[in-house]
Design a protein around this ligand. Structure first.
Ligand SMILES: *Cc1c(COP(=O)(O)O)cnc(C)c1O
Length: 328
């Protein structure tokens, strides 16, 4: 099985629940739909980054680091969960955020401040481009910084989602259900890479349908190239002797709308639909877009009525409270 020779620090409550969305299936006249509630991981309003951070924080503590640096957009869910993970672990947290200080802190950024994170603004850059520079500055101050990359997507973060497949496998066995598809947001790649590796490692049959969220290139690579590289480097890191190719990935890129974080009709309708039928909130940037895509795929007849689809809710709800004018 999987060779993990580094530490893990428990930060969330796992397994996260799986429930069936019967009212939604009925309303859409579609297949059975289950939801995996990673919005309920329990770390400062939850989210998928908790799974990755359990490995990052474990690694940082075992290396005797005293400070963690990461980066993202102003409303980054990853940064908010990192700030909380640092607070509970006694680590100093530095966040490199895109944009500039808002007049009124809202949503995730409000929470970053309450969690005591140190903020570094980086204008037009929102993928932690200034992390290496901040790390050098902190070293000069005598700190021992640990870098968590943008979105927590490197070989260590990926392990969290490899293990998530094992978690889902056990849960589905316990409730005696088979699923045919998992639909989830694919943005910095760690979630998608981990699911692909976990599917291989735990011999699962479901299709992994990634909904692309952000089309901008990062470090000179297209998203699909980055995703493939990350999956193969993670396989090597974990001692999995297999090379993945583009054929191992389903990446739907027709839901990018006007770009990352730009709310359109797809997201608006999705947020209201899930709230009104099931009392569950998806966020404007990731899960709203992905849930909107799922609804569209169902309405286009891309699933059979005997399929069973799992929507992986990766979190993000605090950003609802910074996009209010755009959502309503
Ligand atoms: C980061 C994030 C994702 C995307 O996960 P990646 O591993 O970066 O692809 C999806 N949903 C939410 C709410 C997120 O914060």
């Amino acid at each position: 099985m999987i060779k993990i020779n580094f530490f893990k620090k428990q930060l969330g409550f796992f397994p996260t629940p799986i429930t069936e969305l019967k009212r939604l299936s009925k309303k859409l006249g579609g297949p059975r739909i289950f939801i995996k509630r990673d919005d309920l991981t329990g770390l400062a309003f939850g989210g998928n980054k908790t799974r990755k951070l359990e490995y990052f924080i474990g690694d940082a503590l075992s290396k005797n680091c005293d400070t963690v640096i990461t980066g993202g957009a102003e409303q980054s869910n990853h940064c908010r969960q990192t700030a909380a993970a640092c607070a509970v672990s006694g680590l100093e947290c530095h966040l490199v955020l895109g944009g500039s200080e808002p007049e009124i802190p809202k949503g995730n950024f409000l929470l970053d401040k309450l969690l005591g994170a140190h903020i570094h603004w980086d204008g037009a850059f929102r993928k932690g481009e200034k992390i290496p520079q901040i790390a050098e500055e902190l070293k000069l101050l005598g700190k021992k910084p640990y870098i968590v990359p943008y979105g927590g997507s490197n070989e260590i973060g990926v392990v969290g989602f490899v293990e998530a497949v094992n978690e889902v496998k056990t849960q589905l066995e316990n409730i005696n259900e088979n699923i045919s598809h998992i639909v989830f947001s694919s943005s910095s790649g760690g979630t998608h890479a981990g699911l692909v590796l976990g599917k291989y490692l735990y011999a699962q049959k479901f299709d992994l349908v990634g909904i692309e969220i952000d089309k901008e290139e990062f470090e000179g690579l297209s998203y699909s190239e980055h995703l493939l590289n990350l999956t193969n480097s993670s396989a090597e890191f974990l001692g999995i002797n297999h090379t993945f190719t583009k054929k191992d990935f389903i990446l739907r890129d027709e839901y990018l709308g006007q770009g990352y974080g730009v709310v359109g009709d797809l997201e608006r309708r999705a947020i209201k639909l899930l709230a009104e039928t099931e009392g569950i909130f998806v966020d404007p940037v990731y899960t709203g877009r992905t849930f909107g895509a799922l609804v569209d795929l169902i309405e286009k007849g891309e699933f059979n009525l005997n399929d069973t689809v799992l929507f992986w809710h990766t979190g993000g709800s605090p950003s609802i409270f910074s996009y209010q004018e755009k959502i309503l």
